[in-house]
Design a protein around this ligand. Structure first.
Ligand SMILES: [Zn+2]
Length: 358
């Protein structure tokens, strides 16, 4: 009993310290990373305040590097560069252009991906995604022709390699209500907004500035890249180092931005928007939560959600643990907050603070 009283007093002091000394600007700053999808009547009793993060790992923003039209350089130059910095990209392929001989229609030397390179990109964790059969602008062709352009690539890739293409890119970024509806029957997301890379005036600074703005606004976006080297196709970089320096910069931002494929970012957003955190039990230093799913929306079991437990001032001597059923979940810590990836399998998750033994 005496021990309990001491513990209770200790917790009270912790809590008071947390309330009084939480730096206000930092707290406001962090608000942006959370979704606010929490339902609870008991959470106030715990000093742990879990919440679903807006983006994976509690990142402020999310970004996809996407590559259009299936240039060979995407395999020989772009993918190795992305991998050097630990990133994976989305490659929107045009079925008719795969394995086509080198062409010189307008003094440019176009070279195209072949089937083996497409498999190679997929095997290395990049996303292979749908950019139609012949690259016609959907709003200008018949509904029947649209069906073929949108759905045939799915069948072809599934038959050839056994995987599903999950996302779609509109040729010429041209779409209307009907084409979006058609695409969304068989894809989890389509690229409706993007930021063009390349062309003569394009600089690393411009690209970096966009990422800074995205982090400031706390959103997600998709970069659109075509040719890589001058003379090889549409909107190349003046020099490949412009792109590489940009990747280096994005990498240096660490956890502020989550870089992943369009499919992965889309899965996370769909899961996040279909789920709510419900606090089932809570005492001073622990709580049990369940991630409840909105039954009308499908979720992707292969994409966990990141839960953030905000910094607990004064708890430096204590360690933080997370368990889902019998499984101990890895906990990462940055900016004094704890982050835990939680599987969407309906198993409750327990968070707790324990006094470190040393
Ligand atoms: Zn295109």
């Amino acid at each position: 009993m005496k021990h309990f009283l001491w513990l209770a007093a200790f917790i009270l002091v912790l809590f008071a310290t947390a309330v009084f000394f939480a730096p206000r600007t930092q707290a406001e700053d962090k608000k942006q990373t959370a979704t606010g999808n929490v339902t609870s009547t008991v959470v106030g009793k715990s000093i742990l305040q879990p919440e679903i993060c807006k983006y994976k790992n509690g990142a402020r923003a999310a970004y996809t590097f996407s590559f259009d039209d299936g240039y060979k350089e995407h395999f020989t130059i772009a993918a190795p560069l992305l991998e050097k910095y630990g990133f994976r990209g989305t490659f929107f392929i045009v079925i008719k252009q795969i394995g086509m001989p080198e062409g010189k229609p307008d003094a440019l030397v176009y070279k195209w991906l072949d089937w083996e390179q497409i498999k190679g990109l997929h095997d290395r964790g990049h996303e292979i995604a749908n950019h139609t059969i012949t690259h016609q602008r959907l709003p200008y062709i018949s509904p029947e022709a649209q069906e073929v352009e949108v759905n045939e690539p799915l069948r072809i890739i599934k038959e050839k390699f056994g995987f599903d293409m999950l996302t779609f890119c509109y040729p010429g970024n041209s779409y209307n209500k009907e084409s979006i509806a058609l695409v969304m029957k068989r894809h989890i997301a389509s690229r409706l907004q993007c930021q063009a890379y390349g062309d003569v005036k394009f600089t690393t600074e411009l690209a970096n500035q966009r990422i800074d703005n995205l982090i400031k606004d706390g959103g997600d976006n998709v970069g659109m890249i075509h040719a890589i080297l001058p003379g090889t196709g549409y909107q190349p970089f003046n020099d490949v180092s412009i792109f590489e320096k940009h990747l280096e910069y994005v990498k240096s931002l660490g956890n502020k931005i989550w870089v992943d494929t369009f499919a992965n970012v889309s899965k996370y957003k769909l899961n996040r928007d279909a789920c709510k955190l419900a606090v089932k039990e809570a005492d001073a230093t622990s709580c049990t939560v369940v991630i409840e799913q909105n039954k009308t929306q499908p979720i992707f079991a292969d994409m966990p959600l990141t839960i953030r437990i905000p910094a607990i001032a004064g708890a430096e001597g204590m360690s933080f643990s997370a368990k889902q059923g019998d499984k101990v979940l890895p906990v990462t810590k940055h900016d004094d907050d704890f982050f835990v990836d939680v599987a969407l399998n309906n198993v409750p998750v327990q968070f707790g603070l324990v006094q470190s033994s040393h």
